[in-house]
Structures are given as structure tokens and as C-alpha cells.
Design a protein around this ligand. Structure first.
Ligand code: NDP
Length: 311
């Protein structure tokens, strides 16, 4: 089989993939045009549209990340070619740590202590018991379900939300519109691990933020498009005056890199990280890519992306 790789540091990926698939011919996207064309499979992260358009006999595409929004929105994407995305591949451990940090940040009042430090104010806050700090996780997929379980294992009551009904030990599972309203009304920290789709875009708008209890906090390692930024800023309040929402830890943004003139940068109750919550661990990802390509070639069933659902 012939495979074309497109990702930063493609040569490192190529060498590691050759070890796993010694019989495959694997080329990187900086190869001359004739070597790039007519491959059987693409293994890509945010490829240029031209790279997709120039293929004539593609049998499958492996998306080298968990989010497929960029690929599905690529104008060069051919219709009908099966797409497989990375499933967890170690990202859930990293995102679990990120979310754990964020939940503790608010539950143990680090945001308030930071503000007090600016005024040299020595004042201790009573600790809210973890059992009285329900956490909501929107998205119970390969990553969301594991993150929810990590937070539950830490002692927080966890409510999860998905499109289809789910049953997960230690998680109170909700689905559908009513399920979302029930979840929002009772969580002190809301975590977003949904994909970017037609249905999820701006899901966290003024109404959703207004449904959260007073003083709730938000953590978004999912996608920036999930949040209506203007509504977020309004919910956070201005200057020293806290709004309904106490603070937000944000890793993903509608436009990345976040533009220098974005008001999010300077807001006192927003913490910004540059899409670093879940970098793809190379070795586990390569194992998945090799397994997927082998399964494609053998005609075995593979879990493919549903382009209509958008994830
Ligand atoms: P999956 O595709 O495995 O799961 C998506 C989850 O979202 C599923 O539980 C699905 O429900 C749910 N969902 C989708 N649409 C809706 C909807 N309309 N209403 C309710 N629930 C919905 O994704 P992953 O868990 O692998 O990843 C989640 C997201 O994390 C990715 O899309 C990506 O945006 C982000 N990510 C961020 C990284 C970072 O570094 N910040 C790194 C990796 C991923 P159902 O179970 O019913 O299908």
C-alpha cells in the first residue's frame, strides 16, 4: 500500500511508521508531485486542499488528531472516502490532568488567592467539600468519558452529557435538550469536551451560561466554537466585579492563535493556554495509525467518522 503523510515533523512520523508497516511505501507531503499522487491512504493533520484534490484513488483517510472539524471543513475533501480519527491515544490522560488542575483551581480558591495577593490580603476561605462540588462534562466520547471518570475518581460528583444515551459507572449520564438543562442547573464547574459540529456551535450561549448556578466556572479543552465569546465576557462581568460566572480556563478558541487584540487575553478572570491540553502522544498514535491502515487493507471493519453528524 502507498501512504502519504502530512503533519509537522512528518519525517519522524514516516520513520516510525515504516518500522510498524515495513511493506508499505510511505511518502511525506514535501515529496515531488509525482511521488505524492495516486496513494491509497492519507494520514494527515490539517492538509492543504490541493493535497486532497490531487488524489485519484484514495481508499481511506486517517485524521492524525481527535477533532475532525478542520478536515470535514476542507474544501478539497473528496466525498465518500472513509475517515478514521485518533481515538484517545493517550490524550485523555493529558486532558484529564488539565481538567483536574482547572477543577482544583476553582474548588480550592486559587483564583481568589491570586487576586488577594495583588492586594497583599491574607484571608483564608473555607474549603467546599469535593462532594458538594458537582462537575459537568459535556461530551462523553473517547476522551470525555475518561476525563469524567478521572474527576469522579478524585471524589467529585460528575454529570455527563452526550448525544445518545450512555451508561457509565460513577457518572450521572444525561442526553438531549432536557438532559442539558438538568446538568447545567446543578454543576459548579462545567467542562467542554464536545466536537465542533453544526449542533454544538455556540451551544454555550447566554441562555446556557444563565442556567448555570451563580459562581460556576468553565473549563474548555474542547473547541473554541462551542462558546459564544460575547456571552462569556458578559457572564464573567467587568473589571473587579464578578459576574454570574466566576472564571474560565480556556485552551481552545474560535480563531487560533488567539488574535492579539482579543479581549479574552486581558480579562482578569480568564486563564488562557495555547491549545496544549492534549498533545498527541506519538507512539500510541502511530500504533493506531498502523492498526487502522492494516484493517483498511484487510477489509476489516473500522470505526469511521460520520460526516453528517460532524464527528
Ligand atoms: P468523540 O468523537 O469520541 O466524542 C464526542 C462526544 O461528544 C460524544 O460523547 C458525542 O455523543 C458527544 N456529542 C457530539 N455531538 C453532540 C451533540 N450535538 N449533543 C450532545 N453530545 C454530543 O470525541 P473525543 O472524546 O475524542 O474528543 C472530544 C473533543 O476534544 C474533540 O472533538 C476535540 O475538539 C477535543 N480535543 C482537544 C484537544 C486539546 O488539546 N485541547 C486534544 C484532543 C481533542 P455520543 O457519545 O452520543 O456520540
Amino acid at each position: 500500500m502507498r501512504v502519504l503523510l502530512h503533519i509537522d515533523d512528518a519525517e519522524t512520523w514516516r520513520e516510525a511508521l515504516v518500522e510498524r508497516l515495513p511493506d508499505a511505501e510511505i511518502v511525506t507531503s514535501d515529496a515531488p508531485a509525482e511521488a505524492r499522487r495516486d496513494v491509497d491512504y492519507l494520514a494527515v493533520w490539517k492538509p492543504p486542499a490541493e493535497l486532497l484534490r490531487e488524489q485519484t484513488r484514495l481508499k481511506g483517510i486517517v485524521n492524525l488528531g481527535a477533532g475532525v472539524d478542520a478536515l470535514l471543513g476542507n474544501p478539497g475533501l473528496p466525498a465518500g472516502v472513509p475517515i478514521v480519527k485518533l481515538r484517545d491515544a493517550g490524550m485523555s490522560d493529558l486532558i484529564g490532568d488539565y481538567v483536574r488542575y482547572g477543577v482544583l483551581h476553582f474548588q480550592r480558591d486559587f483564583d481568589r488567592y491570586r487576586r488577594q495577593q495583588a492586594h497583599r490580603e491574607w484571608r483564608e476561605h473555607a474549603v467546599t467539600d469535593k462532594g458538594d462540588w458537582p462537575v459537568g462534562v459535556l461530551g462523553l466520547g473517547a476522551i470525555g468519558a475518561k476525563v469524567a471518570e478521572t474527576i469522579a475518581a478524585d471524589g467529585f460528583p460528575v454529570h455527563g452529557w452526550s448525544r445518545t444515551p450512555k451508561s457509565l459507572e460513577a457518572i450521572t449520564c444525561h442526553h438531549g435538550d432536557d438532559g442539558l438543562v438538568a446538568l447545567l442547573g446543578r454543576v459548579r464547574t462545567l467542562v467542554l469536551l464536545l466536537p465542533d459540529t453544526r449542533e454544538t456551535r455556540h451551544l454555550i450561549d447566554a441562555e446556557a451560561l444563565g442556567a448555570l448556578p451563580e459562581g460556576a466556572s468553565l473549563i474548555n479543552p474542547g473547541r473554541g466554537t462551542l462558546i459564544d465569546e460575547q456571552a462569556l465576557l458578559e457572564a464573567l462581568g467587568e473589571g473587579e466585579r464578578e459576574g454570574r460566572l466566576r472564571g474560565a480556563l480556556l485552551d481552545a478558541f474560535a480563531e487560533e492563535p488567539l488574535p492579539a487584540d482579543s479581549p479574552l487575553w486581558s480579562h482578569p478572570r480568564i486563564w488562557i493556554t495555547p491549545h496544549m491540553a492534549g498533545p498527541t502522544p506519538l507512539s500510541a498514535a502511530l500504533d493506531q495509525v498502523a492498526d487502522t491502515l492494516r484493517a483498511f487493507e484487510a477489509g476489516e471493519p473500522v470505526a469511521t467518522v460520520d460526516p453528517d453528524a460532524g464527528y
